[in-house]
Every structure is written in C-alpha cells, then in structure tokens.
Design a protein around this ligand. Structure first.
Ligand code: PLP
Length: 388
C-alpha cells in the first residue's frame, strides 16, 4: 500500500508541455515556446564566472544546511536595503530553487484538519503541496476585473478556526497581476484579529515589475514575526537551472524548515550558492536590462493579442506572463492548448493548468524574442478564426 496522500499530488503542466514541445521539435517540427516560465536570457557572465571559480577553488563539499553564511548575509543586506527591513540570518534558509519553500511550508502548516487559503488561478504547486499534506485548500479567486489583484476582504472572509496559513503571490504567476499596496495593507490590518495565522508571500518576481516600484510583505511591521517569504535567483538573474532560492521563516518554525531541508536535500549545491552571492552583491544592470526587455515584450504581446477577434488581454503589471481571456471563443482552454501546440507549433498553457478559475484563459510566457512572440500571436489568430 502506497501513501494515501499520493492521490492528492498533482504536477506542473509547464513541464509536460515542455516535454511534448521538445519531442515535436526532435521530430522536425518548428515550435515557438511560450510555455515554460523561464527567462530566455543566459545567466550573466560574471555570475557564471563566480560559479566556475568556486568549483576551481574547491567548493565541492557539503555546506551548512541553511546555506553559506555570506549568502544569507547578502540576502539580509539586500532586502534590508530595498525594503527597509529583513529578519536576522537565523531565519533565512537557502534552498534548491524557491519551490521547496512551498512544500516545506505545506508540511509545517498543513496536515489533516487544517485549512490553507490560496489563490486560484495560481502556481499549481501550491494546491498540490497543500493537498498532499492532508490540509484542505481554500481558494480565493483572482479576478480579471481587478487586474488579477487579490481582494483582501475576500481572503479575510475565508478564514475559519482551522486556517493556519494564507498564501499570496504578487507579481503573480500565471496572470502577471500585481496587487496594490493598499490592498495588502487592508489584509495585514485585517489579520490583526487572527494572530495565529501565518502569511506566506511568494515574491519570486518582486524585481520584475513594470510600472510600479518593487514591493514586499516585509514592509508591514504588523505581520513581520509571522511571515514566510519565498524568493530566489531563478527569475531575477536568469538562473532557473542553478537551483538556488531562499525562504525566510518565522522564528517559531525555522527549526522545522531546516529539519525538513536536511531530510530532503541536505544543503544546496555549494558552487551555485557562490554564484548567487555574486549575483546579489555584484552589479545589477543585468537585472534592469532584463526587466526592460520583459516590459517591452509584455506590451508587444498584449497589443498583438488584443488585435485578435475574440481575445482580450490585460497589460500585466509584472512577471513575464500574459493571461488573455479566450472565453468568447467556442473552445476550452485545454483543447486550445493542445491544438495550438500540435497544429500551430506554439507552446502555451491552458489557464486550467493553474486551477479551475483559469478556465477561459491561456498563459503565454513572454520569455521569447519579439519576432517569435509576434509569430505566435499570428498563429493564434489563425486558430481563433475556427472558433468565432
Ligand atoms: N513561485 C512561483 C510563483 C513561480 O512561478 C515559480 C517558478 O515558476 C516558483 C515559485 C519556483 O521557482 P524556482 O525555479 O526558483 O524553484
């Protein structure tokens, strides 16, 4: 008999679409990949050099389970400088990518009988990890009419005496929505009545915002001692394959996060941590250049999608996704995803890959060249003709 909770575990469609797209490519088909959420830029040279240098200098062994001290100090200094506050390094854990922080949080705050409040649509691992832990996922809807920002009152209305954790993600995957500080403030003030509830803020796209300054839940003193932050180097520095991320935990649970980390992965690839250190402490023009490129592409993709009859797309506030509404077409998101890939050679993801409220939407990653983004939109337009 296998673990009964395995039936609750789901997956990330982005990886199966990537797999399928690679197979089609190998069979000779030309594919435009707007499916997977990773920058199409290479890791900046000075960061690669730091990783190589670390290997040459002998960074071959295990390192401390919570991460090398200089990297945790660099995270602390960077966040303190950018957001005016960061908890001490004793609360910072370096992990293989930001993703493990989701699973670890679900293991600590989940379990049978507990409820965890999370966005829908959202990064699919939230629901998967929460359900696997045995806790009940309670969804709040992100609405197109609100620019896919969360609604503080709606979140507060979902709280019961079983709620242990509230999950937030802004800038948001898959919609590119950015929640305004006024809504965050409303939520943190409302949470004063619920001192035992922890807030989980996934800020992996915090520096990829287009027209507003970067923002963090760290800016709200009222919840600082019951806040989990997820962030990392994958998106900001084009380092998805290096697998370095971090979590900041409440004083009361860092011990468990560390134990779970030791059980799962011991420590993070040591040379990759040195590369991340250089990324954080080195020059930041690479981050700004990528941000500007993503903003230009976000405008391009939104403009092109809005030209297509039957499609409406909001300009994303951040991250590198567009989440057009396709509900006027006579086709489901999943069938559109399949046809777009198999018949038109464009990899994109059905909105339902991110939850039930994703029906009627499709996610395009704008992590591709302007020309190919344009071409992908043209192909989508051809497909749409069949369903209007
Ligand atoms: N959180 C969100 C919202 C994401 O979109 C992703 C990756 O796509 C992650 C976390 C995980 O990032 P990493 O690759 O650093 O594990």
């Amino acid at each position: 008999m296998l673990n009964r909770n395995l039936v609750n575990l789901s997956t990330e469609t982005a990886f199966s679409v990537l797999d399928k797209a690679s197979k089609l490519q190998k069979s000779g088909k030309t594919i435009i990949n707007l499916g997977i959420g990773q920058p199409d830029f290479s890791t900046p040279e000075h960061i690669v050099e730091a990783g190589v240098r670390a290997l040459r200098d002998g960074a071959h062994g295990y390192s401390p389970s919570l991460g090398i001290i200089p990297l945790r100090e660099a995270v602390n200094e960077d966040l303190s400088e950018r957001y005016g506050f960061c908890p001490p390094i004793s609360r910072i854990q370096i992990t293989p990518g930001g993703k493990p922080i989701i699973f670890i949080a679900a293991m600590i705050y989940g379990g049978k009988g507990n409820e965890i409040i999370l966005p829908n649509p959202s990064f699919p691992i939230y629901e998967s990890a929460v359900a696997y832990s045995g806790a009940k996922p309670i969804f709040y809807k992100l609405r197109e009419s609100k620019g896919f920002s969360f609604d503080a009152d709606e979140i507060l209305s979902k709280i019961t005496n079983r709620t242990t954790l509230i999950m937030l993600n802004t800038p948001h995957n898959p919609t590119g929505g950015v929640t305004p500080p006024s809504e965050i403030k409303k939520l943190t003030e409302g949470l004063a009545e619920y001192p035992n509830i922890t807030v989980f803020s996934d800020e992996i796209y915090d520096r990829l915002v287009f027209d507003t300054p970067p923002h963090s839940l760290l800016c709200y003193p009222e919840i600082r001692d019951r806040l989990i932050i997820l962030n990392g180097w994958s998106k900001t520095y084009a380092m998805t394959g290096w697998r370095v991320g971090f979590g900041i935990w409440p004083e009361s649970t860092i011990e468990f996060a560390d134990k779970l980390g030791i059980n799962y992965h011991s420590c993070v690839n040591t040379a990759a941590q040195y590369a991340a250190l250089t990324a954080t402490t080195g020059e930041q023009t690479c981050v700004e250049n990528m941000r500007i490129a993503f903003r230009r592409r976000a405008r391009l993709i939104t403009k092109n999608l809005n030209k297509i009859r039957g499609i409406e797309c909001q300009m994303p506030g951040g991250a590198f996704y567009a989440f057009p509404n396709i509900s006027k077409l006579d086709i489901s998101s999943e069938i559109l995803q399949a046809q777009l890939l198999e018949e038109y050679g464009v990899a994109a993801l059905a909105g339902t890959a991110f939850g039930t409220y994703g029906e009627g939407f499709i996610r395009f990653s704008s992590a591709n060249s302007d020309i190919l983004i344009q071409e992908a939109c043209d192909k989508l337009e051809q497909l749409c003709h069949n369903y209007m």
